[in-house]
Write a new protein. Structure first.
Length: 134
């Protein structure tokens, strides 16, 4: 099966040897995003909620570059440096997935790139929102 890199200036450039996203077959795999402002290259201010919102906005930009949207996301993984931030991140996350939220895993981790408090990755399917309509 072939794979095609997904790239957009509307999300932060990769800070290592990886792609912002990869399309393989009907799936798009979005690399983990932290709350980096793509124009400044710095974490947004305002705490974990602001970082979660920016991370999800960055994922949205990668999805749009692939011709998809949040309604096509079938699985996410959330990484938190403090599991006590779970409720604050959930409140932001719910706004991006108001109907038929994807499957999700959440983990507490020792650290994240650039000192971020949250990182989120996503997998989307070209058939994702066909299922949501069923």
């Amino acid at each position: 099966m072939s794979k095609r890199p997904i790239s957009t200036d509307a999300a932060p450039a990769a800070i290592g040897p990886y792609s912002q996203g990869i399309e393989s077959g009907d799936l798009v795999f979005c690399s983990g995003q932290v709350g980096l402002d793509p124009s400044a290259g710095e974490l947004v201010s305002g705490g974990v909620a602001a970082q979660a919102e920016r991370a999800l906005t960055n994922i949205g930009a990668v999805l749009r570059a692939a011709g998809l949207g949040f309604e096509d996301v079938v699985k996410t993984t959330v990484f938190l440096t403090d599991i006590g931030d779970f409720a604050a991140v959930n409140a932001v996350y719910a706004g991006f997935f108001p109907e038929h939220p994807p499957a999700r895993s959440t983990f507490a981790v020792a650290g994240l790139p650039k000192g971020a408090r949250v990182e989120i990755e996503a997998i989307a399917s070209r058939h994702g929102h066909d299922a949501a309509r069923a």
